[in-house]
Write a protein of this length. Structure first.
Length: 115
């Protein structure tokens, strides 16, 4: 079982990027995105419940980012609009089998937003 994240890159402030995270081997209770900026701790960005589709966002990205999932592809997406330089970070996708601990992590994809 593994998570494969992709879609990072360099974008100007105000631009958009879409991250993808493909899960192989099984489905999960929920999947989510975290990020870690240079010199900072990893922080939660967004999550989605796989069966219900309910979502939850960090206040810092609410209204700008949208998390979604594709049943057929077993993939979760993070559409990021209105990017700001402070969104610059390595973004990690994660998955959990229950509503508690995040069990599995992807390798991370770098998002750089220039001002």
């Amino acid at each position: 079982v593994q998570l494969q994240a992709s879609g990072g890159g360099l974008v100007q402030a105000g631009g958009s990027l879409r991250l993808s995270c493909a899960a192989s081997g099984r489905t999960f209770y929920s999947m989510g995105w975290f990020r870690q900026a240079p010199g900072k701790e990893r922080e939660f960005v967004a999550r989605i419940n796989w069966s219900s589709g309910s979502t939850y966002y960090a206040d810092s990205v609410k209204g700008r980012f949208t998390i979604s999932r594709d049943y057929v592809k077993n993939t979760v997406y993070l559409q990021m609009n209105g990017l700001k330089p402070e969104d610059t970070a390595v973004y990690y996708c994660a998955a959990r089998k229950t509503g508690s601990t995040w069990d599995l992590w992807g390798q991370g994809t770098l998002v750089t937003v220039s001002s």
